[in-house]
Design a protein around this ligand. Structure first.
Ligand SMILES: Cc1ncc(CN)c(N)n1
Length: 229
């Protein structure tokens, strides 16, 4: 902790502090019934297909949000390497879009026909609100970490020893559950924690509110796969 003020030490590891404080909703987002059903091999494949189509639309809306973070990093960040981590995230979104396009036909899902459901619209609207220049880099980099980390944690669960994930869904789980994606999420978390250490109390409150909103929206997004939205 050398070189840090007492205040910085108190605020370090802010993300884990929040995850402990809000563990109920965090668990709701990372161990959703859809994920648990993939993991125990009882998944309803029509729920998977609904998720697939909706997530393709979400990922397309996620790209401009990440682009807006890149601009904020360039303008506001005190560390030039942040930009490289964000850029690698954009590259992985490019791969994600290509993956959806090759995965959808295997399941008879026509991506051009997908109508965004309410939870998806709410999520995309939330991302758009965060693209405003008034929203601080510290807020959006933490939100970015949270969105990626929910998928990483969820899908990694389906790859753990003892999981009964169906063979045809293992590639999907690998996409977000692999170690490389885990390391990338850790890099985002480190950036977010570093920024949070220096943040004012007002910014800390804004980040906590945004983090909770992400977790709620992720739960609602998974819920869409039930098809009763
Ligand atoms: C809803 C949601 N959240 C997160 C991710 C991971 N990029 C995603 N594809 N979709």
């Amino acid at each position: 902790m050398e070189g840090k003020t007492r205040e910085e030490v108190e605020k370090s590891g802010m993300i884990d502090t929040w995850l402990m404080k809000h563990r109920l909703i965090y668990t709701g987002a990372t161990r959703h019934p859809l994920i648990l059903s993939i993991r125990d091999g009882t998944v309803d494949l029509s729920a998977y297909k609904r998720w697939l189509g909706q997530d393709y639309i979400f990922v397309r809306a996620f790209v401009p949000f990440v682009a807006s973070i890149l601009i904020k990093a360039w303008k506001e960040s005190d560390d030039a390497t942040d930009m490289e981590v964000i850029l690698s995230g954009m590259a992985s979104l490019n791969d994600e879009i290509a993956w959806f396009k090759s995965e959808a036909p295997k399941w008879g899902v026509q991506l051009t026909d997908i109508v965004p459901q309410k939870a998806n619209q709410d999520y995309c609207r939330f991302l758009e609100s965060l693209m405003s220049l008034d929203v601080k880099y510290t807020v959006v980099i933490t939100v970015f970490w949270a969105i990626e980390a929910v998928y990483q944690t969820s899908f990694a669960l389906c790859l753990e020893d003892g999981s009964k994930t169906p063979a045809e869904l293992r590639e999907t789980c690998q996409r977000w559950g692999n170690d490389g994606f885990g390391q990338y999420c850790n890099s985002l978390k480190k950036i977010a924690n570093r920024r949070l250490e220096k943040a004012s109390d007002d910014v800390l409150s804004a980040v906590e509110v945004a983090l909770l909103r992400v977790l709620e929206l992720e739960v609602e997004f998974w819920n869409m796969s039930r098809g009763d939205a």
